[in-house]
Write a new protein. Sequence first.
Length: 119
Amino acid sequence: QLQLVESGGRSVQAGGSLRLSCAASGRTFSPYTMAWFRQAPGKEREFVATISWNGDSTYGTDSVKGRFIISRDNAKNTVYLQMNNLKPEDTAVYYCAAKNRGNAAYNYWGQGTQVTVSS
């Protein structure tokens, strides 16, 4: 089993920055495609960004493009989400997820970390 533990969430004012981290353990980290999702109160969980196993390919949803950067360090078994110019609508629980290359669905999830952005 691959275990994922997120950290770095906290309260911040609009316009501020945060860096979330997701530490993986239990299995070799490098073969997995990694992603961040988020869930705001009363809303469905939504995709935020993904990164390929070697970091060569990244993709983010339109609402975070130009503000959020996903990256990974396979030597540290960690994936990051750098969030800049935060907005109140970014308030959510942020989840780290992993999937085997070739899988459609993410099959490993962390417990989430809360990000609250105040105006």
